[in-house]
Design a binder for this molecule. Structure first.
Ligand SMILES: Nc1nc2c(c(=O)[nH]1)N[C@H]1C(S)=C(S)[C@@H](COP(=O)(O)OP(=O)(O)OC[C@H]3O[C@@H](n4cnc5c(=O)[nH]c(N)nc54)[C@H](O)[C@@H]3O)O[C@H]1N2
Ligand SMILES: Nc1nc2c(c(=O)[nH]1)N[C@H]1C(S)=C(S)[C@@H](COP(=O)(O)OP(=O)(O)OC[C@H]3O[C@@H](n4cnc5c(=O)[nH]c(N)nc54)[C@H](O)[C@@H]3O)O[C@H]1N2
Ligand SMILES: [Mo]
Length: 782
């Protein structure tokens, strides 16, 4: 392979960041360019060529030498950067892995296998890594799973209590469209901004990017935007938004103060509150300070958030004076007590009385995901059936370190007491916990506990380097698939354009061969190969669409024409309109049938970190606290502009943002000056949990006291100068949940100090594969 000669051809492909064209010469991807039909393509497509042929690609199955020599067992050296791997042939690795799965399930039961495997993997409906893994693990008797997401873990658990399960689904999937906002919304108040770079993304991709044009059209059409955020450029300058610079983690105080103004100025819609909500009197008493002696006035909130009391008063009046939409960005709930700003935001929208009106009310996700506000496709997309997992052990997804470190211990979750299973084998495919989880030093200790860690990867990520058995997976460019995201416009074909790298195989083939060794091949494959499965999935989906009246081409025509527009799209989604029209007939699935501003259920759980109504709970990690005397700057670890999470970090676009090869950290010029830091300096960020190097960028778009280091630089523990010499912020973040209710990730915020780095600069070795040895049994290489 690697000929790289001959004519260059262009081929359609798709990713979570959109549909684009790859340019192929011989066996190599030599370029990438946006789809000409996409009005707002993402620059991330430039990462594809280098990522596809990176030296970090996993070329052959590999087994960690110490595991191979010593057998399964806990190992504190798991993940050491000089730990060597032995490359072995496929027959060897499949025998070894099947034997190990069999040993664990028979000795300890299937609940001892952790198969949560959280992560974004790649676009593609059939070769989706988690779907493949979950189907396989279910076939062999089940696994401990994870529930909810890092994205909006607090929302997923809280909102069913407040608006019911269907209401929660609608909040995430059927908010007012950008077109409805342009037409109806006078004022969009968004907490956490409207980041254009975030809107490049949709899980499964999006045929064309509609969010950024939607935002622009709304702003042009007369919708005023107020962005409450610690960073000005969370909202594009072209939108003309008003920026209210707020201290991170203080949104609940701001929201409660806005409610306070509505109450004392008699602007709250008491008729709406009486008809559609329950618990208003309690919340009102709290806001007025009757229940705790502290009125939640704009002055009170101003002292906490740094926003002037007068500004908050004006804002509340403006909100009551027209059609207003309140958006709580997902980042705002990805912090300690993340349930509270959501609940307070919903309560504020209820006070305004516009929930269920076109372009008004509450939403959560504009500027967080490109599909949000882009319409809906209510009929399910084609999906690989995963069967029913017979094991009922589960964890909220961000409790992974707790689970591994505390087997058998009880924990509270959403009103239940559960017990952590005793995990012996961790199986990950399509995720990178050493990117996504908080407090990576703690995660390393947790990953030392299991007897065996198995990772399927395309690349030698930090997670692969914590595995005992590494299985090389193909990339999307090496297999035939098709994709669409939720609410997408088109189902599109993703053909194979280059041969597999090295000996990488499709996950489907790996799992089919493992199933065979465990006597379950037929159960896993149902007698189908990959090509039969993609056809079967498409045709089953087509039949369901046609039962609802659509006419669609058969698989061969679909494949040849490169895609098909999704039928049954809902272009004018709206939230809680049916409930508003008929609050009895279309009652919410809550105990009261209404929006719960006070939840007796939640109050009954007795959680100090999530009481019965929206409350200001002071997080330890915020400016002004005792901890802030030692760690005076607030780190915002938001989503990267250069890539999706850690994916393709070695790509051209991602690398173009780095400084001295490190992740860029933005500082306010005043904070930098105080510390003798100049633009382009390498700096070290520190707190009690760890340290990392990064490259300084000075920018007054930040609120003073705030530093921003996005996620996704590959974790690099290869030198003593810092826990990570490349700039992964998760060495600094805290592994504590939002609350006992939701246990959501709190990765967005952490207190830190930043200093100029003056020592000898250690190299970044994240993109070097680990030491690879050739096996004595390597003879069976195929
Ligand atoms: N501090 C902080 N941390 C955060 C966040 C934050 O705001 N702050 N945000 C969180 C959020 S919202 C999320 S969603 C998570 C995201 O965390 P992840 O989803 O874990 O991050 P990715 O880098 O997308 O990981 C996907 C992995 O799958 C691999 N992969 C791609 N295709 C395939 C395939 O076909 N097969 C296999 N086997 N592997 C494949 C990629 O190489 C990559 O390593 O991060 C969370 N972490
Ligand atoms: N380019 C790109 N886009 C992505 C992703 C990616 O990795 N890369 N990841 C995708 C995924 S999986 C998800 S879940 C979404 C996440 O979407 P979000 O959670 O909305 O995105 P973030 O970029 O983490 O945060 C948005 C902004 O919130 C602001 N913010 C932080 N803390 C606070 C606070 O306490 N109060 C207020 N008012 N504002 C605050 C920050 O300034 C930050 O820039 O993004 C998606 N989009
Ligand atoms: Mo996410």
């Amino acid at each position: 392979m690697d000929s790289g000669t001959g004519p260059t051809t262009a081929h359609q492909t798709s990713s979570h960041w959109g549909t684009y064209e790859v340019l192929v010469r011989g066996d190599r991807v030599v370029g990438a360019r946006p789809d000409p039909a996409d009005p707002a393509p993402s620059p991330l497509v430039d990462n594809a060529p280098a990522a596809q042929h990176s030296t970090t690609r996993v070329a052959r199955p590999a087994v960690r030498r110490r595991w191979l020599e010593n057998g399964p067992g806990p190992d504190t050296r798991r993940g050491d950067s000089d730990d060597a791997y032995v490359e072995v042939g496929w027959e060897t690795v499949l025998d070894l892995l099947a034997g190990e799965l069999d040993r664990v399930r028979h000795a300890h039961g299937n609940a001892a296998i952790y198969g949560g495997s959280y992560g974004w993997a790649s676009a593609g409906r059939f070769h989706h890594a988690q779907s493949q893994l979950h189907r396989f693990l279910t076939t062999i008797g089940g696994y401990t799973r994870s529930v909810a997401t890092y994205s909006h873990g607090a929302l997923e658990v809280l909102f069913p209590h407040l608006v019911g399960a269907a209401g929660t689904y609608d909040v995430l999937r059927r908010p007012p469209t950008w077109a409805a906002i342009a037409e109806h919304t006078d004022l969009l108040v968004t907490f956490g901004g409207l980041r254009v770079s975030n809107a490049w993304m949709a899980s499964g991709g999006r045929a064309t990017h509609t969010a950024e044009p939607g935002m622009r059209a709304a702003a042009r059409g007369g919708t005023s935007i107020v962005s409450v955020s610690p960073i000005r450029d969370d909202t594009a300058a072209e939108l003309g938004a008003e920026w209210l610079s707020a201290a991170p983690g203080t949104d609940t105080a701001v929201l409660l103060a806005l409610i306070h103004v509505l109450v004392v100025e008699d602007l709250a819609d008491t008729a709406f509150l009486a008809r559609y909500t329950t618990g208003w009197e309690r919340l009102r008493g709290y806001v007025l300070g009757e229940s705790d002696g502290a009125a939640k006035t704009p002055e009170w909130a101003g002292a906490i958030s740094g926003i002037e009391a007068g500004t908050l008063r004006d804002l509340a009046r403006r909100m009551a004076g027209g059609r207003t939409l309140v958006n709580i960005g997902w980042s705002v709930q990805r912090a300690r007590y993340g349930e509270q700003p959501l609940w307070a935001g919903l309560a504020l929208a209820a006070c305004l009385g516009q929930i269920g009106l076109p372009g008004g009310g509450f939403a959560s996700g504009y500027g967080s995901m490109g599909s949000y506000g882009g319409g809906a496709t209510p009929l399910a997309l084609p999906r690989l059936p995963q069967g029913r997992n017979p094991v009922d052990a589960l964890i909220p997804v961000a409790r992974v370190s707790d689970m591994l470190l505390h087997p058998g211990e009880a924990f509270d979750f959403d009103g239940r007491t559960l017990r952590y299973p005793d995990i012996r084998l961790v199986y990950w495919a399509g995720g990178n916990p050493f990117h996504h989880h908080q407090d990576l030093s703690r995660l390393r200790r947790a990953f030392a506990r299991p007897e065996t860690v198995v990772v399927h990867e395309t690349h030698w990520t930090a997670t692969a380097r914590h595995a005992d058995i590494v299985i090389p997976a193909t990339t999307t460019l090496e297999r035939d698939d098709f994709t669409a995201g939720q609410g997408d416009l088109r189902l599109r074909v993703m053909p194979r354009v280059v041969p597999a790298h090295g000996e990488a195989r499709d996950e489907y083939e790996t799992f089919a061969d493992l199933a065979e060794r465990l006597g379950l091949r037929e159960e896993f494959t149902e007698g189908r190969g990959s090509a039969e499965w993609t056809r079967h999935m498409y045709e089953g989906w087509r039949a369901r669409q046609e039962a609802h009246g659509a006419r669609l081409p058969d698989f061969d025509v679909f494949w040849k024409q490169g895609g098909v527009d999704l039928p049954h799209r809902v272009e004018d989604t709206a939230l809680f309109d049916a409930f508003r029209a008929d609050p009895e007939g279309a009652a919410l699935e809550t105990p009261s049938g209404r929006i719960e501003l006070y939840s007796r259920e939640i109050a009954g759980f007795g959680y100090a970190d999530c009481p019965g109504h929206a409350s200001w709970l002071d997080p330890q990690e915020r400016p002004g606290t005792e901890l802030a005397e030692r760690w005076p700057l607030t780190l915002i670890a938001n989503q990267p502009t250069g890539r999706l999470h850690s994916q393709q970090d070695m790509g051209a676009h991602s690398r173009s943002e780095k400084i001295a090869g490190r992740a860029p950290v933005r500082l306010h010029p005043a904070d930098a000056a105080e510390r003798g830091i100049a633009a382009g300096d390498v700096v070290r960020l520190r707190n009690d949990r760890g340290s990392c190097l990064a490259g300084a960028v000075l920018d007054d778009a930040l609120r003073p006291g705030v530093v921003q280091l996005s996620t996704g630089a590959w974790f690099d523990p290869s030198a003593a100068e810092a826990t990570c010499v490349h700039g992964n912020p998760n060495v600094l973040t805290s592994d504590v949940g939002t609350s006992l209710l939701g246990h959501g990730s709190t990765g967005q915020l952490a207190l830190v100090e930043v200093e100029r780095f003056t020592g000898d600069l250690p190299p970044v070795r994240a993109f070097e594969p680990p030491p690879l040895l050739t096996s004595a049994t390597g003879a069976d290489r195929s």
